[in-house]
Design a protein around this ligand. Structure first.
Ligand SMILES: C[S@@+](CC[C@H](N)C(=O)[O-])C[C@H]1O[C@@H](n2cnc3c(N)ncnc32)[C@H](O)[C@@H]1O
Length: 274
């Protein structure tokens, strides 16, 4: 019986991620969700991009929603009623989201793994997934899952360029002491050369993202374009404010950077047919 229970738990529990060990990030998103911190530049941008595709009473799914802070921008930007579902793998973020949005009508949160979304085919009119795919070890199954649960439109914001790169930002005790259990003497790479703790910042080629999406029968067309719609000065102002962040980004002109990484933020918008 014990064995059966253990196998069942393994099957339904999302993989343990760095996010579970990063409660400060949840607090930053919580402040945005309750309006104590400004809306994110990418949340404002995504709300503007999705606006022309929204019809009254649409069901919107936001995958990798964090604390549901994009809902603040959607509420301000969209001038029709809509239903919002936020899904995220990190249990503590979902708990914070439920706290931040308690009592808000037509708003639901669910713990969910993007590799195996617990939703039906075409259950949501519009599906969005912002700033999540870059951090995953692979994106083929996540893209297929997102397209599967979408009825009309899928919007993805991630790093897309003319070539694909696998990039890991390796954390060290010096920079992220809370992520290291072994204390200050623990090195950032193990003896086998693998990092103790790292986060992906993968860039995918336009061609790959388009082809994975177009392979699904329900995807009619895919449009990909660079997101140049953010205010660099606001991103830089946040660098000073949120020094505790592990992956704080800066902007130089229209190019956003993180350490030595250049970040080609882009949107992929898929039109779905049912
Ligand atoms: C960089 S945050 C983005 C949050 C929000 N969308 C934003 O743009 O501010 C990445 C989010 O993806 C979530 N996440 C990571 N792996 C996931 C997975 N396998 N399934 C669902 N969500 C995941 C994390 O918990 C985290 O909230």
């Amino acid at each position: 019986m014990q064995v059966v229970a253990t196998i069942f738990m393994t099957a339904i529990t999302p993989p343990s991620t760095m996010w579970e060990r990063y409660p400060q990030y949840g607090q930053l998103m919580f402040k945005r969700a309750i309006g104590d911190s400004p809306e994110m530049e990418s949340a404002k941008s995504a709300a503007k991009v999705i606006k022309p595709h929204i019809r009254p009473n649409d069901r919107i799914l936001d995958v990798g929603c964090g604390v549901g802070h994009y809902l603040r921008s959607l509420q301000r930007e969209l001038n029709v009623p809509f239903h919002y579902t936020g899904a995220d793998a990190t249990a503590s973020y979902i708990a914070l989201a439920q706290q931040a949005w308690a009592g808000t009508p037509n708003v639901t949160f669910k713990q969910a793994n993007i590799f195996d979304l617990p939703f039906g085919d075409g259950e949501f009119d519009v599906v969005m997934c912002n700033n999540v795919l870059l951090h995953l070890p692979s994106v083929q199954t996540p893209l297929e899952q997102l397209a599967r649960v979408a009825k009309r439109v899928l919007l993805v914001r991630t790093l897309i360029g003319d070539r694909s790169f696998r990039i890991q930002d390796v954390q060290s005790h010096e920079r992220c002491p809370d992520l290291f259990q072994g204390g200050a003497n623990e090195l950032e790479f193990r003896a086998d050369g693998e990092p103790v703790s790292a986060i992906w910042y993968n860039i995918y080629s336009q061609n790959y993202i388009r082809q994975v999406l177009m392979r699904r029968q329900n995807v009619e067309s895919v449009e990909i374009w660079e997101d140049a719609d953010f205010d660099a000065s606001k991103i830089n102002a946040e660098v000073g404010r949120d020094k505790a962040q592990h992956g704080v980004t800066q902007a130089s002109g229209r190019i956003q950077t993180n350490g030595y990484m250049l970040m080609p933020w882009s949107y992929a918008l898929a039109q779905i047919k049912r």
